[in-house]
Design a protein around this ligand. Structure first.
Ligand SMILES: Cc1ncc(COP(=O)(O)O)c(C=O)c1O
Length: 227
């Protein structure tokens, strides 16, 4: 398996779990990939959406990462531009050249006016980000107690726009999600939708205003009480 491995994909801060990577985990991964000549694709679109003083690192802060890593970022999350198809990749030239070749077979660049809008947003990024991140923090800080009051036990995320909520032992996440949708009109993502490892959890996205989130938590509590 190791012999055939060419690429390791990392995504911290993580969607859907909101997990963050300890620095020594990144150091060990970079060292491992250098030893085995494996490329790291570091998908880092949530690095600005962090709370409580946490700063999500670039992979390039890790010694040796320049040899093996390509870091991806997107305007979809930090700049609320989902669907605009704007992002970037950073890495040493051989890796970016290979990526560009593959990408040029798959599609072409975004319409130039859209790219210009993205560039304008990046120039103004410093002013936009503070209030934008504060809004997610406020929603998180309202939603966590609202969920806990209903009997859910989520950990406090230090990054991303998600809360990853464990379900009681043995309750399939797809069944819970279906009841949430059909019985109380709340949309959550079942953990199993992200792969077998996500079973036993559901994901809340903090992408609506606080009063709707709090109302959603109360409705989810009704489903939990009924299962
Ligand atoms: C980890 C991660 N990478 C990439 C994306 C998608 O980014 P884009 O809209 O730039 O394709 C998402 C969006 O959900 C994401 O969570």
């Amino acid at each position: 398996m190791l012999k055939r491995t060419r690429l390791v994909y990392l995504n911290y801060p993580n969607n859907p779990t909101a997990a963050i990577a300890p620095r020594d985990y990144l150091e060990r991964t970079v060292a491992f990939c250098r030893r085995h000549d494996i490329v790291i694709a570091n998908d880092n679109p949530y690095c600005e959406i962090t709370f409580d003083g946490y700063v999500a690192p670039s992979i390039f802060e890790i010694p040796g990462a320049r040899e093996v890593a390509v870091e991806f970022h997107s305007l979809s999350k930090s700049f609320c531009m989902t669907g605009w198809r704007l992002g970037w990749a950073v890495g040493r030239s051989e890796l970016i050249t290979a990526l560009s070749r593959v990408k040029s077979y798959v599609d072409t660049g975004a319409f130039l006016a859209v790219q210009a809008a993205g560039a304008a947003v990046l120039h103004a990024a410093a002013a936009h980000l503070g209030p934008y991140v504060a809004q997610f923090r406020e929603r998180r800080d309202a939603m966590l107690p609202a969920l806990r009051a209903q009997g859910f036990e989520p950990e406090t995320p230090r990054a991303t726009m998600y809360i990853w909520v464990p379900l009681p032992e043995g309750l399939p996440s797809a069944a819970f999600q279906r009841r949430a949708l059909e019985e109380v009109g709340v949309v959550v993502m079942p953990g199993s939708g992200f792969g077998a490892g996500g079973e036993g959890f559901f994901r809340v996205a903090l992408t609506v205003a606080t009063p709707r989130l709090v109302e959603g938590a109360a409705r989810l509590g009704k489903v939990l009480a009924a299962v």
